[in-house]
Design a protein around this ligand. Structure first.
Ligand code: GLU
Length: 475
């Protein structure tokens, strides 16, 4: 748990609950139903020994299941020294709301292992991960039908492949073993587009936001994404992809990137790919040639800019700095970057916030596609791609014959191209992000008690959840 959250007096879990409470009050939900929806269904804590360099080390991990109204329960596994039970529970709750907001038919879950991954070799990480996976599988917290993890902070494709393989060896008769975890490498049952998915989802969400001039104006902005001055915190998987896509495809300017060792700034726009290479080579941003460097990373959150994108830790915008934030729009690519106290200050200031439970849902949306791909045992597009190409070719031929003309190459190429898995994943992700944003905007504008996107998003989630609780009854 970050110091910021500690000093605000609320745990991350309480911060999330308080934000949800605002929606509960507006909806006048029955207290019993509300409490049932907020509570975590079950939490597993495991402690296990692994021999590291001739010595036994003991590791502690958690997996919290927040909801089971839909199965499997879904959510990442985090490797960090900030992990504790409270954090995992808060993140599991966020997963429930996230899935409901973007219409992914899963319950919410989250896991975490207290570990500093930087201290261990690849082989050690493999042994630790396989042991953790075994603990989870044996206790019913890893299963394609009921609980499906994914990457999160400190984990990636490699860990997911080890987890899937461990589950397979424990359950050789489960024909769907590969669906026990998502975010796997493509060669091991993963789906194209999963690694970039969260960042891509943030891009699609921002594009949709800027298609609504009234919302853009209400946030004190105008025009589209082109030329917008953006500050990004975190150049990990999510931050890197968001920064790259927005600068390379939407002509936005990344004027600052904040990392653990400080901030780099350039008013003309930072070359994100170069900064990413620099970070991969040196471990930080210091010494990057294409921008000015300062060690005062936290202070840079308060820089004058159009859009601030926290894409790293929770609780980085808190009561202590919320009043100084100058961004007009905050896009919560991380989970829980704005505390409950900070949220109130920012709302009063009129800063628009696109909330985490919606904005970073791209990861779980594409995880959903991966899970379906694994259950159907076929790559998306495999059956129809060549058929669509042949049909496109017929259309081109027919148009050319009828018009007695030749269709320009660029149109022909588009028409005769069948969609591959990448295209379909991006199209499905774009659709989900767009529709959910439209729903959130509509909800906010329809209800005069709601003045922010977060509450609107939670009202949408709770409406779906409470319907499911009330329809099925409490059992
Ligand atoms: N860890 C990601 C999240 O917090 C992805 C979860 C998933 O794909 O299940 O949303």
């Amino acid at each position: 748990m970050s110091d910021a959250i500690k000093t605000s007096g609320l745990s991350f879990r309480q911060s999330v609950d308080h934000m949800v409470d605002r929606a509960i009050q507006i909806m006048k939900l029955d207290t019993g139903v509300a409490n049932a929806m907020k509570a975590c269904t079950s939490v597993l804590q495991v402690t296990f020994p692994v021999e590291i360099r001739g010595k036994i080390e003991v590791f502690t991990g958690w997996r919290a299941v927040h909801s089971i109204h839909r199965l499997p329960s879904k959510g990442g596994i985090r490797y960090a020294t900030s992990v504790d039970q409270m954090e995992v529970e808060a993140l599991a709750a966020l997963m429930t709301y996230k899935c409901a907001i973007v219409d992914v038919p899963f319950g919410g879950s989250k896991g975490g292992l207290f570990i500093d991954p930087g201290k261990y070799s690849r082989d050690e990480m493999q042994r630790i991960t396989r042991r953790f996976a075994r603990e989870l599988a044996e206790k019913g917290f890893l299963n394609p039908a009921t609980n499906v993890p994914a990457p999160d902070m400190g984990t990636g494709q490699r860990e997911m492949a080890w987890i899937a393989d461990t589950y397979k060896h424990l359950n050789p008769n489960d024909i769907n073993y590969i669906a026990c975890v998502t975010g796997k490498p493509v060669a091991h049952g993963g789906i194209r587009g999963r690694t970039e998915a969260t960042g891509r989802g943030v891009q699609y969400a921002l594009r949709e936001f800027f298609r609504h001039p009234d919302e853009v104006k209400a946030a004190g902005l105008d025009g589209g994404l082109a030329g917008k001055r953006i500050v990004i915190q975190g150049l990990g998987n999510v931050g890197y992809h968001v920064a790259k896509f927005l600068s390379e495809e939407d002509e936005a300017k990344i004027i600052a990137i904040i990392e653990h060792d400080g901030v780099i700034m350039n008013e003309d726009g930072i070359q994100v790919q170069q900064a990413y290479y620099h970070k991969s080579e040196t471990g930080g941003l210091k010494g990057f040639a294409g921008a000015k460097y300062s060690p005062a990373g936290d202070k840079a959150l308060e820089m004058e800019c159009d859009i601030l994108i926290p894409a790293a830790l929770e609780g980085v915008i808190h009561k202590g700095n919320a009043g100084n934030i100058k961004a007009k729009l905050i896009a919560e690519a991380a989970n829980g970057p704005v505390t409950f106290g900070a949220d109130a200050i920012l709302r009063k200031k009129g800063v628009a916030i696109l909330p985490d439970a919606y904005l970073n849902a791209g990861g779980v949306i594409v995880s959903y596609f991966e899970w379906i791909r694994n259950l159907t045992h076929i790559r998306f597009g495999r059956l129809q791609r060549r058929f669509d190409e042949a049909r496109g070719q017929h259309i081109v031929t027919a148009l050319e014959m009828l018009g007695n003309t030749t269709i320009p190459d660029w149109i022909r190429n588009e028409l005769v191209r069948g969609a591959d898995e990448f295209d379909l994943v991006r199209s499905g992700l774009d659709d989900s992000m767009r529709l959910s944003m439209q729903e959130i905007i509509e909800q906010r504008n329809r209800n005069s008690d709601i003045d922010d996107y977060r509450t609107a998003a939670y009202v949408i989630a709770l409406t779906k959840l409470s319907r499911s609780y009330l329809d099925l009854g409490v059992y």
